[in-house]
Design a protein around this ligand. Structure first.
Ligand SMILES: *Cc1c(COP(=O)(O)O)cnc(C)c1O
Length: 405
């Protein structure tokens, strides 16, 4: 996508808006499937919590993706978008037995991540095909907020509890068809991934009826210039070979599953906001935009750095700015960032705004959530209208006029 297209969309649909480039999603999808083309049975389940607009789900469905969901509401959205139940995986954390049973009744593959629920579910439903989430305890992430594989993590069944796990499966005679791991976002080092994979292969040998191995996700995409990214091609080469060898050893052709979110949609997304005010203090020039952490919280929540460009003045002289929001709390998107000269009314473009951006948006300060636009075949399609005052009032119930304390 080019800046002039983005600028035109901001004019057409107003600001702030999220724009997603369909072609980029497709090319990332193709990259992943190509990297693992040596594996006969490969399945990509899109982790929809990254970006859950129904139009995006439809787009990925047409590419051949399945869906990875973490709540029953995501399952419902997936079904609504037209996914067959057998194309949907449910890999929640710490949900109730009732919710797991309800999702199972819809024909969706369930994944259980703790021994307590596993035992209860297995006792009640011994014939249901179940996947189990293992925690290999590998420190894969670059940030304690997002590396979920370490020893104190709440995610998955600890690999050290494997004997207990096997005993539960034997006692209940439940049907384990898959083993899963998800070592967390932002894997920098593919050797770490391969190491965790070995732990999964080892665990898998304890189960005789497996149909698939699910390696989760956590692929890193570049945010800053010269940022490191997961070398998918290299990982594909090494893991495919190891996976195929394991299948031979296991005596059965298994399906290899990945469930990427960020890798598929992060770079496809652009967040466009207008500069309301340029404020010069003694030490800093602030660019205040018509948005805040209510629309894009990653910089404040994770300290993540989204590249910012002034697309209204791309060739302007570069100066240093702190880009801040309009929320009545500190909400700094960027500190002392080199951006081409900003005037009030300019449109700033935030990169990597596809994953965990709109999906984490809120109505804090009673602001409306932004519109979303899909750029497809050279045209912008509105895929979510900007909210309106009715949306703020929906579900609110005023007191009767006469009520007083
Ligand atoms: C969030 C999540 C993913 C996707 O992670 P990304 O880093 O966006 O690729 C995959 N699997 C599970 C179980 C998740 O919770």
């Amino acid at each position: 996508m080019q800046s002039k297209d983005l600028l035109q969309l901001a004019e057409q649909f107003g600001s702030p808006i999220y724009v997603y480039d369909a072609e980029k999603i497709q090319s990332q999808y193709n990259r992943l499937t190509k990297a693992f083309s040596k594996v006969d049975k490969l399945r990509i389940n899109y982790a929809m919590k990254a970006l859950s607009n129904v139009a995006i789900l439809q787009l990925l469905k047409d590419m051949g993706a399945g869906l990875d969901t973490v709540s029953i509401q995501e399952v419902l959205l997936g079904l609504h978008a037209g996914y067959a139940p057998e194309k949907i995986f449910y890999t929640p954390n710490g949900v109730s037995l009732e919710e797991i049973e309800e999702v199972n009744a819809m024909g969706v593959q369930i994944n259980i991540d703790n021994l307590s629920i596993l035992e209860q579910f297995g006792t009640k439903h011994p014939n249901v095909p179940v996947c189990i989430r293992i925690n290999p305890h590998v420190m894969a992430g670059g940030n304690t907020n997002i590396s979920v594989g370490h020893i104190d993590s709440k995610f998955g069944i600890s690999i050290h509890q494997l004997p207990h796990l096997v005993r539960i499966v034997e006692n209940t005679k439940m049907n384990i068809v898959g083993i899963h791991m998800h070592t967390g976002s932002d894997i920098l080092d593919i050797e770490v991934f391969l190491y965790a994979a070995e732990i999964l292969f080892d665990a898998a040998k304890n189960f005789k009826n497996l149909e698939f191995l699910d390696f989760g996700s956590g692929f890193k995409v570049p945010y800053k210039k010269d940022d490191i990214e997961t070398d998918i091609e290299e990982l594909g080469k090494k893991l495919s070979k190891r996976f195929n060898a394991f299948c031979t050893e296991y005596g059965k052709e298994l399906t290899l599953i990945f469930e990427p979110g960020k890798f598929l949609v992060s770079e496809a997304g652009f967040f466009l906001a207008k500069v309301n005010v340029v404020k010069q203090t003694t030490s800093t020039v602030f660019a205040g935009i018509d948005s805040g952490f209510n629309h894009l919280i990653r910089p404040m929540l994770y300290g993540s750095q989204h590249h910012i460009e002034n697309i209204s003045n791309p060739k302007g002289k570069e100066r240093f700015y702190s880009v801040v929001g309009y929320i009545c709390e500190t909400d700094t998107f960027a500190n002392n960032r080199r951006i081409s000269e900003i005037k009030e009314g300019d449109i700033l473009c935030f990169r990597n705004a596809g994953a965990y951006c709109f999906s984490m948006a809120s109505n804090y300060n009673s602001r409306y959530k932004p519109a979303e636009v899909l750029w497809l075949n050279g045209e912008g399609h509105l895929i979510r209208a900007r909210e309106s005052f009715e949306d703020l009032l929906k579900n609110q119930i005023p007191l009767p006029i006469a009520a007083t304390v």
